[in-house]
Design a binder for this molecule. Structure first.
Ligand code: HMG
Ligand code: MG
Length: 329
């Protein structure tokens, strides 16, 4: 009798935040055309959820002030969702006019952070999110809700998981399809991921409606992904090139790098549909556009071919970036 076929690998969603979180903290202006090329490379790499930009105050986030011009020109890749971050009714009006079809709203586990970030308490931010989510629901958009500082706050320190879960439950009541718990300043460790996931599940939040957003400030992001996977969560945020941070969260460094996440998931046998070489090309492109070296682990080391023992993908980046036609600094 033939042996049973190996079970198909389980699918993990990689939610790319590079064009939004990755760029929002950058002081040097980046041309809209370069942002679009970055997004095109991400879609070509197989990413199917790409948070494209924010419709926030251009005074708060000058780098993303071109959202109204960028969204109508997003590459029409079949099956790709391009959520945009929206803080208020003005933002959803702009997003609708630009042709958005999915959005993310944001609150936090701590008032101190929302007050610095958007000038509101958590309660006020939820009041602001309510009409945004209602309108997006009427328009048939996909809706995500972030709960920032779920693992620690730059202004008040340690955060009880119950605070993050309470904010998540409010967002679910307001209609979001998915909750994303953010480790905004990258202080979380795997035990916290396990505890928070269990607390969310015990409060009735289905695991398939939970995502995690780990900043890799202290190098714990991949360990946190492993804990999230073990706890049953199947969606993780990442930014190609490991860019990112929030100007209103002192100490927030880059997001978990998409290339590091893809390598980890590939080598661990998860399916995700994203091509590592394609992500490395996007990572090289964006770090070149920012005039920075690519310092992520897999960005430097490349992937690895177990058949030959050799590194893969390393040499391709700079040459491919030049081939895109954008000037390389
Ligand atoms: P405010 O100053 O309190 O509000 O800002 P306001 O209503 O008085 O508006 C101030 C000005 O902004 C006015 O213009 C408004 O018209 C304008 P002025 O009269 O001074 O010329 N304005 C807008 N313009 C364009 N689009 C809009 C909009 N709204 C108001 N939507 C506000 C409140 C929320 C607007 C502001 O604080 C803001 O935009 N903050 C955004 C902060 C931000 O984007 N932070 C980063 C994203 S969150 C994050 O990174 C965390 C995450 O990654 C997860 C994690 O890591 O944990 C998601
Ligand atoms: Mg973030």
């Amino acid at each position: 009798m033939a042996p049973d076929p190996a079970p198909a690998p389980e699918h993990v969603r990689i939610y790319e935040v590079g064009p939004r979180d990755g760029l929002q903290n950058e002081a040097t202006p980046i041309a809209t055309a370069a942002k679009l090329r970055y997004i095109e490379l991400l879609a070509a790499a197989g990413l199917r959820e790409i948070e494209a930009t924010s419709f926030v105050s251009p005074k708060a986030i000058p780098q993303l002030a071109d959202a109204d011009e960028l969204v109508p020109r997003l590459p029409p890749a079949p099956g790709v969702r391009y959520p945009v971050l929206v803080p208020n009714a003005r933002g959803v009006d702009r997003a609708e006019a630009a042709g958005a079809r999915a959005l993310a709203v944001f609150t936090a586990a701590t008032d101190a952070f929302t007050e610095h970030n958007i000038g509101m308490t958590v309660e006020e931010s939820l009041e602001a999110a309510a009409p945004v989510l209602r309108r997006a629901g009427d328009l048939g958009w996909w809706r995500r809700g972030y709960v920032s500082t779920a693992f620690g706050c730059p202004y008040t320190g340690a955060v009880e998981p119950a605070r993050a879960v309470a904010a998540a439950l409010r967002l679910l009541d307001l209609g979001v399809e998915e909750i994303c718990f953010g480790d905004t300043i990258g202080v979380g460790v795997p035990g916290q991921v396990t505890t928070l996931t269990a607390a969310a599940a015990a409060a009735g939040i289905p695991l398939d409606r939970i995502a995690f957003h780990f900043h890799d400030t202290r190098g714990t992001a991949l360990a946190n992904v492993a804990a999230g996977l073990a706890a049953g969560v199947r969606c993780f945020d990442a930014a190609a090139g490991g860019t990112g941070g929030c100007p209103y969260a002192p100490g927030a460094a880059g997001n978990l790098a998409t290339e590091d996440l893809v390598y980890f998931l590939d080598a661990s046998g998860w399916s995700h549909g994203v091509d590592l070489d394609g992500v490395l090309e996007a990572a090289r492109f964006v770090t070149d556009a920012l005039g920075k070296p690519l310092v992520t682990k897999v960005g430097q080391a490349g992937g690895w071919d177990p058949a030959t023992g050799r590194a893969t993908g390393r040499a391709t980046g700079r040459a491919m970036t030049r081939a895109t036609g954008f000037p390389v600094r």
